[in-house]
Write a protein that binds this ligand. Sequence first.
Ligand SMILES: Cc1ncc(COP(=O)(O)O)c(C=O)c1O
Length: 372
Amino acid sequence: MTNSIAHPEVGAEFRALRYEPDVVHLDSAAAGRASRNVVARMSEHLEREARVGGYVAHAEAAETLERGRAAAAGLLGFAPHEVFFTESARSALLALVHNMPVEAGSPVCVAPSEFGPNLTVFASFGLRPIPLPVTDRVGHLDYEASAEVIARERPAFVHICVHPSHRGLVQDVARLGAVCRAAGVPLIADAAQSFAHIPPVLGADAVYATSRKWLCGPRGVGVVGVRSGLLPAKELLLESVEANIAGRVGFAVALAEHLTLGPAAVYERLAAIGQVARARLHGAGGWSVSEEVEEPCAVTTLLPPHGWSGRDVQGFREALAAGTAASARIVTTYLGPERAPLEDAPGALRISPHLDVTERHLDVLVAALDSA
Ligand SMILES: Cc1ncc(COP(=O)(O)O)c(C=O)c1O
């Protein structure tokens, strides 16, 4: 597989930058594996903090951090001064909504595949989610019908997961952006799953993401781009001053590595990996793939054989991770219905390989599915 699909050199380079994994890691949608250099630069920064003090070390890292901000800005489609570091995708969303002039009881339009924890954030501000219409069972938005709903409901904003958490599904955010602009309604895009995975989102008024997933930066760092003028006055509340600066340094290094690998090649290879994996995994051991084979992303969602409960899938995921279900430990994610409560999706197993996945990794998984 490594050599037969797009950009094998990018897969080889990605592998060369990293430690040899101790597991078959098919879980980048949860947290990607950082490179050796990301780990080294973060520990160097922590050492500088210990030697010269946190604030002097922070000042020394200023250039690296601003290069990181500029790189993130390019990938999010904003100017560097419109980009803020946060602690996670969720903290970015909380800060955005906190800074927006929204009133409790206002509607917010979302896709039915909206991420459950985001709905909890909306509920905490008293906002009412209104699901937009979709065209198919996978959940692609129907943009014409959505335009009618948006015009009728006049929501405080539209919120879209470019790629949701529980299925390989890529929404056309540029098209939704055009709909929202025509209606004069702001569009906020959650790029937690799409950042450094699929081509950047253009056309949203705010886009937020997280470092640790497809970019393979550290945990505990997020980022948000906000069009100037979207928020009234309190923009400074978006970025905490006191923060894990070593994490932001690691994020900046991961961004630089992504740019060196070549974002266009990364997106193409990840999409091709998803297509190959889905074709390979569909039907194995009676499991079925829930998205379209050709969806342009690396995520495969497997629905269990007839008669399995969500709890069975969860147990199987744990057996894979512990190494008792296959000849190697395989790390995947169990997807419970709480990830997308508006859809009430059944329990499933998420497979999210990165650029260095090989034929052998999928063989090991297929053998485990066959014998489950
Ligand atoms: C679609 C989506 N949005 C938001 C998040 C939250 O990201 P974070 O954990 O960085 O807050 C996730 C995390 O899994 C996600 O999948």
